[in-house]
Design a protein around this ligand. Structure first.
Ligand SMILES: Cc1cc2nc3c(=O)[nH]c(=O)nc-3n(C[C@H](O)[C@H](O)[C@H](O)COP(=O)(O)OP(=O)(O)OC[C@H]3O[C@@H](n4cnc5c(N)ncnc54)[C@H](O)[C@@H]3O)c2cc1C
Length: 184
């Protein structure tokens, strides 16, 4: 059973006697950052916060953000298809991955390290491993899709008295250039 940062809240990494644990702790290298492509190649055991900080050092932003950022790993984030606090604007972890490498139980390496946004060639093999909690293989590396760094953080506290009004506020806010999402 693969173990990342062990921050999962649904006991997906809970072990039983005689289980074999495979930790990704030493898969901890950020292999490449391309500011022009807005991509990063990252090994599965890298902590989410390290991914965010490395992206920021190149003027980029990796949009996934959760309270467990200082402990959870990228592999855990992808295998659980984590949502986080910016999900409304940027989507789930699944939406931030361009390519993936995974290893199956028989040792077969599935390598689909695509770097392009526009890629309609054949099967999208990475989807087998995103959100499937290690049941089909262990994620070892990924090509991540970053965005431009957000440099402003305007904050508004909006009182809303109905669900319909909430939907309208979201619709109005969506096209605004400020990159950080509504805190929902
Ligand atoms: C304070 C706090 C806030 C949180 N907020 C959110 C949130 O906003 N949104 C959200 O979705 N979750 C949230 N979580 C849950 C958790 O942090 C996420 O699910 C995180 O993505 C798990 O990453 P991990 O490295 O800790 O994985 P682990 O807990 O180690 O493992 C989780 C699952 O993924 C599998 N796995 C781990 N690594 C790999 C790998 N390389 N390949 C294949 N399978 C693997 C494990 O076997 C297990 O099934 C939060 C947790 C805490 C403690």
């Amino acid at each position: 059973m693969p173990h990342g940062g062990l921050t999962g809240l649904v006991e997906g990494a809970l072990t039983q006697p005689l289980d074999i644990v495979l930790s990704t702790e030493r898969l901890n290298v950020i292999e490449e950052i391309s500011a022009s492509e807005r991509t990063m190649v990252v090994q599965a055991g890298v902590m989410l916060q390290s991914v965010q900080e490395a992206a920021a050092s190149e003027g980029l932003m990796f949009p996934l953000d959760l309270g467990s950022r200082g402990s959870c790993t990228l592999g855990g984030n992808l295998s659980t298809n984590a949502g986080g606090n910016r999900v409304i604007r940027y989507g789930m972890a699944r939406d931030m991955v361009l390519g993936l490498e995974a290893v199956m139980a028989d040792g077969t390496v599935i390598s689909s390290m695509n770097r392009m946004i526009k890629n309609n060639a054949g099967y999208d093999l990475k989807q087998w491993f995103l959100g499937t909690e290690g049941t089909l293989g262990i994620i070892t590396r990924a090509v991540l899709r970053c965005r431009e760094e957000v440099t402003t953080a305007p904050t508004a506290l909006v009182a809303i008295n109905s669900f319909d009004a909430l939907v309208s506020v979201l619709k109005a806010a969506r096209p605004r250039p400020c990159g950080q999402p509504l805190g929902l």
